[in-house]
Design a protein around this ligand. Structure first.
Ligand code: GLU
Length: 291
């Protein structure tokens, strides 16, 4: 059984307690399957990534003993791959140019933004009426059902809940949805283990995989770490960078979020990771839906 997993941080800030849970879970699951574990720096949204933050994250992972099996890749260097995929989607009719401005979309879309984006009203689905395309969108088509190893059967109607989503933005930047799907396929990723906040992106990604003829990986979305106020811990609400004075302790905290209760006495990251791995296996977290 082959297994290739990955951790794919956006270098908008250093790793915090929440992102470490996703990193650790993806590492544990890859190791539990005797698989490979890769790291991909998701810096497509360049303006949001402070210079040098990629190296900060790679340094944090190394200090925690989480070492990738291959050299990391940077999305900012992979634009040719994304363009080739977009060209294929345009040629097959799955993608189209959109001339609408943000103001036009919000005027036509109604008041209810879902999933962070307004549901596109479909104005340019059948052509831009001679106006130049600003962005490129994916033509969605109905419901996607999918399996998550922790959340079970999931379903989302892309037409009514999401709408035709952006692949390449008006400012020329690649959208996360396209970049992540192209990279996961190009890197031969079989298993995606990431935080539950990303679960509702999965149907968009599966739709893109199908349109591009890529296999759909197995999915496992891990529980979110909540801040004191009950909100998801994130860079936006000021989650602190991992304190690396005691990296084994930080791994223990992250393991606890995954339901793994490790002995307190391990001093090294190596011992801590080894015990976490044993427990991940024992808890039966190894099972992959459909595998
Ligand atoms: N880069 C995304 C993030 O940091 C994660 C993407 C993924 O794991 O699919 O939120």
């Amino acid at each position: 059984m082959s297994y290739r997993g990955r951790f794919a941080p956006s270098p908008t800030g250093p790793l915090h307690a929440g992102s470490l849970v996703a990193a650790l879970a993806s590492w544990l699951d890859a190791r539990a399957h005797g698989g490979e574990w890769l790291v991909r720096i998701e810096d497509v949204d360049g303006p949001r990534c402070p210079p040098g933050m990629d190296e900060v994250i790679l340094g944090q992972l190394a200090a925690l003993g989480l070492r990738p099996d291959e050299q990391p890749v940077w999305q900012s260097r992979r634009g040719d791959l994304y363009q080739a995929a977009l060209d294929r989607l345009i040629a097959s009719g799955h993608a189209y140019g959109c001339a609408c401005t943000r103001a036009e979309i919000s005027a036509a879309a109604g008041p209810k933004p879902k999933h962070g984006e307004l549901i596109y009203p479909g104005t340019c689905r059948n052509g831009t009426q001679g106006r130049p395309a600003r962005a490129w969108r994916f033509r969605v088509d109905g419901r996607i059902d999918w399996q998550d190893r922790r959340l079970g059967t999931q379903s989302q109607d892309l037409t009514t809940e999401v709408g035709d989503f952006v692949l390449k933005r008006a400012d020329g930047l690649w959208a996360y949805q396209l970049a992540v799907v192209v990279d996961d396929a190009d890197q031969g990723i079989t298993d995606i283990v990431r935080g539950e906040d990303l679960a509702d992106n999965t149907p968009r990604q599966i739709a893109l995989q199908r349109a591009l003829g890529f296999p759909t990986p197995h999915y496992l979305h891990t529980p979110l770490v909540l801040a004191m106020d009950g909100h998801k811990l994130s860079k936006q609400n000021g989650a602190a960078a991992i304190d690396l004075a005691d990296p084994a302790g930080r791994l223990r905290d992250a393991a606890a979020e995954l339901g793994l209760l490790l002995q307190a006495r391990h001093r090294t990251t190596q011992e801590t990771l080894a015990e976490a791995l044993l427990q991940w296996r024992e808890k039966g977290q190894v099972q992959r839906a459909g595998a």
